[in-house]
Design a protein around this ligand. Sequence first.
Ligand code: R5P
Length: 300
Amino acid sequence: MNRILIVGPASQILGVKIAQELGIEYVNTEFKTFPDGENYLRINIEDEGFIADKEVIIVQSTGSSTSGNQNSRLIELLMMIDSVKRMQAKKVNIVIPYLAYGRQDKIFRPGESQFANLIIRILDSMGIDELYIVDIHATEVLEDTFCKTINIDSMKALADYIKSLGAKDIVVVAPDKGAVERSKAFARHFRDNIPVDYFEKKRDVNTGEIAMSGKLSLKNKDIVISDDIIATGGTMATAIKLSKESGANRIYAVATHALLLQNAKYRILAAGADEIIGTDTIDNEAAKVSMAKTIANYLK
Ligand code: R5P
């Protein structure tokens, strides 16, 4: 079966790189926002027969950017799936480098929506075949679907980059207890027996304020603080400050999805980080590690 890749509006560079890694043809889209705010999207082809009977891979991140917020990105994704299904694609595989709303996977306060789960249910109900998401906030969200779901692991690619910086005597620090298992998996990519430690973090569900505490043995160590997402930078900046107080040497602030909202970059650097490292699931200056090869390997 012939494979083609559709480069979504939010993953133009990453989409092309994945197609190149796979050695397959790709097409882009034409997209705009109507004056009333509605989204428009068409797949940039002249002949609809081009899609029929092909295996189609759609790549679309759903993080917000200057050219579209996450709601637009999700609508564009639905439009692309709808179009290729209507044009009789034989197989439809979706790659979402960053899943927006991924953190709304639990009910924290009465009356909320478990919206991350709803997004997956909507995608699944559209008759897609495979759904690939890079480092989803909670993998439980991917359970109970008809389609095959795969959480793509970003950790090897991130660890390889950090190793290339010459970090020595590393300790991997998780910004909260919940991230310890993830950090242990991350540490194994450096070498066996890399120490992993964590701070205690509590977030006020009403205000979003975080409180973090802990004193770790970090004297003269190079610290890799690893999280799935950096949003406002509050979690990372606090963990950096505590790491400095615990005697850390160099500090690498690492996240798969470095959204870097508001003044996150300033907060993290001002707290004492030497470098902020993210991947190109989000297209910004912290995207030092490309996920193209890793994603392509999952798709092969
Ligand atoms: C929380 O569960 C996530 O893993 C991150 O720790 C969180 O999203 C980071 O948010 P912020 O940068 O706003 O502190």
